[in-house]
Design a protein. Structure first.
Length: 254
């Protein structure tokens, strides 16, 4: 299965931005201009705004996703949100293991694995983020870092669970910095991720997986990045907070 047969997913990550009224206003703007998308279009909003956001995109081609999900169904986990709760709002996608969660909130490959499995058990597609930091890239250990994150993050997955998973390659040095990986750098790692998935699962299983690039993707560089053979979409932070720019990225996926 080649690129044209995989699902292209353009996902925005709003991080900790927009209150309820701002969420509705920006989504109204987005739904009025993003109309004939050729790909899946997703906006992952802060958990507290999920219900507002779901309401605002009703009848449009935009779906709402979450930015995290706990591994337990319920219990004494103050501040956390379960897959069952997300499911009750119709949420079908959740970002898991974003580098900001790993850096500021102690997320590890083990918790990424547990959170992802909880998503999958509840019909939610985890968007599992992996990526090296600047020091690791400079030491030339990018592939080792990715291998560890993929092997541990996807431990115990069945082939069917892999098929319902998205991998986002997000070099940490490119997130929110304005420094984008070149299309060749991004393609090299995305191709390596697909090779690894082929070795861990099976080559055919790997061919079906959507692999996104994320890290300062914007209206100007999206087309080139999205044209690479192993890049099936984008995870977009800053540019997903601007309706016109985000629409240009969605259009670039055509
Ligand atoms: C992100 O938050 O996943 C991201 C890629 O952010 P930015 O596009 O702003 O670099």
């Amino acid at each position: 299965m080649d690129k044209q047969n995989r699902q292209v997913v353009i996902a925005g990550n709003w991080k900790m931005n927009k209150n309820a009224a701002e969420t509705t206003a920006l989504l109204n703007e987005m739904t009025s201009i993003i109309k004939d998308a050729d790909c899946k279009v997703l906006l992952c909003v802060p958990a507290i705004n999920i219900s507002t956001a779901v309401e605002a995109v009703k009848g449009s081609c935009i779906e709402i996703g979450a930015q995290n999900c706990h591994w337990a169904t319920n219990g004494a986990f103050t501040g956390e949100i379960s897959a069952d709760m997300l499911k009750s709002f119709g949420i079908k996608y959740a970002i898991i293991g974003h580098s900001e969660r790993r850096q500021y909130f102690g997320e590890t490959d083990k918790t990424v694995n547990m959170r992802s499995l909880a998503c999958l058990e509840n019909g939610i597609t985890p968007i599992i983020c992996v990526g090296e930091n600047l020091e690791e890239r400079e030491k030339d250990i990018t592939k080792d870092v990715i291998k560890t994150q993929i092997e541990a993050g996807l431990a115990g997955f069945t082939s069917e669970q892999l098929h319902n998973t998205i991998i986002a390659y997000e070099p940490v040095w490119a997130i929110g910095t304005g420094k984008t990986a070149t299309a060749e750098q991004a393609e090299e790692v995305c191709a390596y991720i697909r090779q690894l998935l082929g070795e861990i699962f099976c080559p055919n299983c790997a061919k079906k997986v959507t692999i996104q690039y994320g890290g300062s993707m914007n209206a100007s560089n999206a087309k080139e990045l999205l044209s690479m053979p192993n890049i099936d979409g984008g995870l977009i932070g800053g540019a997903s907070l601007k309706a016109v720019d985000f629409n240009t990225i969605v259009e670039s996926a055509k």
